[in-house]
Design a protein around this ligand. Structure first.
Ligand SMILES: [Zn+2]
Ligand SMILES: [Zn+2]
Length: 353
């Protein structure tokens, strides 16, 4: 398997972001990112989808869409749509119909910022997902960089502090989001996860101060989705796009918070009698399965089955666990960074049947 670092969920001036597709591509190349997916609100801007190059470095820039019902107050239920072959914004008023339409358009859908608390000091409403009776979506955006920032905005002073100390913002996905995901997994559903930066490069003015809040390049060093593909990217837009979409759709990926330390090289596999399963895949538990976890450096590693921690390793790089019990197994890894325990890696599940 080959590993690609992808940064997902960002906005341009086609909705409420401040940088162009070309500027995003340049920032991604500088940061060493392989793939970005731009998702403007309620508009599919397909034209800029291409491979951008700078010397011998390149980035695959794909375009999706973040769809929500603009007539709804407050404007909850945001859905990230990747790979659809047409505009989906017209279906926003009915989330279930929207999800089905995405599938018919050969796309797949992730619930964006499932928990997104209000920030009353800035008159920002709660825009969480609320229609949980839906079926047939691909997955959820487990960790969203901007929702976490919003959750810290208790006052203007807090906002200034975190705007100037962006490295102190991220701690991990919200507990409520993790719990929701584990409930779905425990009920036997297959739900893939991604991490999203929700980058806007907002321009902030505070008196004489002018600052870009969270430039794209900052996000590209922070919450990334690392994708595993059977072949490397080969520079052909159509094939490369397909490789990325196929991996995201099944969840052959993990979320890596690359700011404290690079997460590249993390692996979580299950070895069965005559099969090996990667994240997002299903394997028979009948003859027993050995999980193998490899960390890029020693850290606190948790193996979780249907929402329950079944094993914890401290300061280890290689962890193994043998079982013959069915269920959805996933991994969380934590590191100390800037005086706090912070989420570092969140894997997609391996399903044992
Ligand atoms: Zn949103
Ligand atoms: Zn967004």
């Amino acid at each position: 398997m080959f590993e690609l670092v992808a940064n997902l969920h960002m906005h341009t001036p086609y909705s409420d972001g401040f940088g162009s597709h070309a500027e995003i591509a340049q920032a991604a190349i500088r940061a060493g990112i392989d793939v970005v997916i731009v998702t403007d609100h309620n508009v599919l801007v397909a034209g800029p989808e291409e491979i951008y190059r700078d010397g011998d470095r390149r980035v695959l820039l794909l375009v999706g869409e973040e769809v929500h019902d603009q007539a709804r107050q407050p404007q909850k239920n945001h859905l990230l749509v990747f790979g659809a072959n047409r505009e989906m914004a017209n279906y926003a008023s009915d989330p279930q119909f929207l999800i089905e339409s995405v599938r018919q358009a050969e796309g797949y859908s992730f619930i964006a910022h499932p928990v997104d608390p209000a920030a009353p000091a800035f008159h920002e409403p709660d825009i969480s997902w609320v229609n949980w009776d839906i079926q047939g979506y691909t997955g959820i955006e487990l960790w969203n960089g901007m929702s976490e920032f919003k959750s810290l905005l208790k006052s203007r002073l807090h906002a200034i502090y975190y705007a100037f100390n962006p490295r102190r913002v991220a701690h991990g996905p919200f507990i409520e989001t993790l719990r929701r995901w584990d409930e779905l997994l425990s009920a036997g559903k297959k739900i893939a996860v991604i991490g999203g930066s929700d980058a806007h490069a907002f321009q902030a003015r505070m008196g004489p101060l002018h600052r870009i809040l969270f430039p794209y390049e900052f996000h590209f060093h922070a919450i990334n989705t690392h994708i595993l593909t059977p072949q490397p990217l080969n520079g052909d837009l159509y094939t490369d796009r397909q490789l990325v979409h196929n991996a995201l759709a099944i969840g052959r990926a993990y979320i890596g918070y690359d700011l404290p330390a690079p997460t590249r090289g993390f692996r979580f596999t299950a070895q069965g009698k005559d099969q090996i399963a990667w994240m997002g895949e299903t394997i028979s538990s009948r003859f027993g399965v050995t999980f193998q976890i490899r960390l890029p450096r020693p850290a606190e590693c948790l193996l979780i089955k249907n929402g329950k921690v079944i094993k914890t390793w401290l300061k280890r790089e290689n962890c193994t666990y043998i079982t013959s019990e069915s269920g959805a197994y996933r991994v969380e890894v934590y590191l100390p960074f800037l005086g706090k325990r912070r989420g570092w890696i969140f894997s997609n599940p391996i399903y044992l049947e």
